[in-house]
Design a protein around this ligand. Structure first.
Ligand SMILES: [Zn+2]
Length: 121
């Protein structure tokens, strides 16, 4: 699941389609953990392509997700994302294996078409 962030990557997130595809957000159990390649986005760009979907952090919290583990940090997402998870009393943690983090960044960057969308290495 892509969870990017601010503005420029706001149309790439996958949490919303994932939750919508399940058709039943109430099926998230209290102890469920969402594992995501990239840190979830905490805001959307007004007028951007993904604006109508809302940010992934809010969608995850609203769906009842209380535990999220991500690999690649998204510098554009971190402040808003962390604030929202803290306010909701939810847990947001990054894996601590540098190899997995590098792999996640490489994987994500292989999907972008513009270098301005790429995560920093
Ligand atoms: Zn997102």
């Amino acid at each position: 699941m892509r969870s990017a962030t601010s503005s420029r990557r706001s149309n790439i997130s996958l949490e919303s389609p994932l939750l919508l595809a399940r058709g039943d957000v109430n099926s998230v159990l209290p102890d469920d953990i969402v594992y995501t390649t990239v840190e979830p986005c905490g805001k959307r760009t007004p007028g951007g392509q993904g604006e109508y979907m809302g940010d992934c952090t809010t969608n995850l919290i609203d769906a009842g997700v209380r535990y999220v583990v991500y690999a690649a940090p998204d510098p554009d997402a971190s402040a808003q994302t962390r604030y929202k998870f803290e306010q909701a009393g939810s847990s947001l943690r990054q894996v601590n294996d540098p190899h997995i983090i590098r792999q996640a960044i490489t994987l994500f960057n292989s999907t972008v078409t513009s270098s301005s969308d790429a995560l920093p290495q």
